[in-house]
Design a protein around this ligand. Structure first.
Ligand SMILES: *[C@@H]1O[C@H](CO)[C@@H](O)[C@H](O)[C@H]1NC(C)=O
Ligand SMILES: *[C@@H]1O[C@H](CO)[C@@H](O)[C@H](O)[C@H]1NC(C)=O
Ligand SMILES: *[C@@H]1O[C@H](CO)[C@@H](O)[C@H](O)[C@H]1NC(C)=O
Length: 251
């Protein structure tokens, strides 16, 4: 009976929260706290999906040890990644990054990052559901550890993360090097661009496209991240919170 009640309350609390309209802290915004816990600078890149507004012009510099608070509107959807090893001319804002580069611009303004790059993908509610969905994706490879963690939020909220530096255990055939140092690790899809590894063409079917050895390596090191297109849903987090912390190089 007790178990039943707890379960019932759990369902009830979910449905109440999920149908409530005031989950975003009153003024319809969600707070994202970006933290750079890496030893080096990160230049976060932000790409909005579809018609959603661009945030912070899509890119900025986040020195080591610093954090920045962003606000995105309710229903916003997009991705955030970290660029590393960047140089930008202070006057023109033009330059380049060793990983995650977006057309040599400091402000990505609608341009995605060049893979391999770890991505955090997020959707803060849709017209069908107010639930927030987020994940760490290594489908386009890896460049630095990242995590996304809700503050507060409802029962069942999880932390999306890949905390391990996969560059240290990247097979040499997949490694992206700069001055002899591994700065990124390609996914098998990115390295081969083949339907078999990308789950495209005749392999665009979860029953046919199975994880490869490399996806399994990624998965064993970062179990809570997507390692290939049809990875199991353990990587997809669901939550309703007003604040999320996105950390580059979580401890
Ligand atoms: C939700 O917010 C609206 C105004 O934004 C307010 O009128 C309403 O009372 C709030 N509902 C709850 C349950 O707090
Ligand atoms: C929402 O509230 C925060 C903090 O109170 C404020 O900084 C932000 O500008 C507000 N956003 C809008 C759209 O009113
Ligand atoms: C930055 O760009 C400007 C304009 O192209 C150029 O004159 C300047 O030398 C550049 N600065 C550096 C440090 O390269």
């Amino acid at each position: 009976m007790t178990t039943f009640l707890i379960f019932f309350c759990f369902l009830l609390s979910i449905s109440v929260t999920a149908t409530g309209v005031n989950v975003t802290g009153g003024n319809g915004t969600i707070q994202l706290i970006l933290v750079n816990n890496c030893q080096e600078s990160v230049w976060p890149g932000i790409l909005s999906n579809g018609e959603h507004p661009t945030i912070k012009d899509g890119g900025f510099h986040l020195p080591s040890g610093e954090e920045l608070v962003l606000r995105v509107p309710n229903h916003w959807a997009g991705r955030i990644w970290g660029r590393q090893g960047c140089y930008f001319n202070e006057t023109t804002g033009k330059g380049s990054c060793q990983t995650g580069d977006c057309n040599g611009q400091l402000k990505c303004k609608g341009i995605g990052g060049v893979p391999p790059a770890t991505l955090i993908e997020m959707t803060f509610g849709t017209s069908q559901s107010s639930l927030h969905f987020y994940d760490v994706s290594l489908v386009d490879g890896f460049n630095l550890p990242m995590s996304m963690k809700p503050i507060g939020g409802s029962v069942g909220c999880g932390i999306a993360s890949c905390q391990t530096d996969l560059n240290g255990c990247c097979p040499s055939s997949l490694a992206l090097k700069h001055d002899g140092k591994v700065v990124g690790c390609k996914s098998a899809c990115l390295a081969t661009k083949s339907d078999k590894y990308c789950c495209t063409g005749e392999f665009a079917d979860p029953k046919i496209c199975k994880p490869t050895m490399f996806a399994l390596v990624f998965k064993s090191v970062c179990p809570h991240a997507y390692s290939y297109a049809y990875d199991d849903s353990t990587a997809l987090m669901r939550c309703l919170a007003t604040t999320y912390v996105i950390t580059f190089c979580p401890a």
